[in-house]
Unconditional design. Structure first.
Length: 84
């Protein structure tokens, strides 16, 4: 995670988040836009400048990554002080 999540409101007043990440799938050499549903915004915001593991995502042809309501996000803390 490279930056804080930007909260946006789209069609039909649906709230979603957008941020930019580096991904292992491109050997961390390419910036990917990560779009997520409202329910994941809080957990993703805690992961700024940390690593996350994501299960259940889609990688679009343009390189953007999209999470869904069914995605699972695990934050990887770098040390025990991050847990506080």
């Amino acid at each position: 995670m490279l930056e804080p999540t930007e909260v946006r409101v789209g069609m039909e007043d649906k709230t979603y988040g957008v941020t930019h990440v580096l991904a292992k799938s491109t050997d961390y050499n390419r910036l990917h836009e990560l779009t997520m549903p409202e329910k994941l915004i809080t957990s993703i915001q805690r992961a700024t400048k940390k690593s996350i593991l994501v299960k259940g995502y889609s990688l679009k042809e343009d390189g953007n990554i999209r999470l869904s309501d069914y995605s699972t996000v695990s934050i990887q803390f770098s040390n025990m002080n991050d847990l506080i």
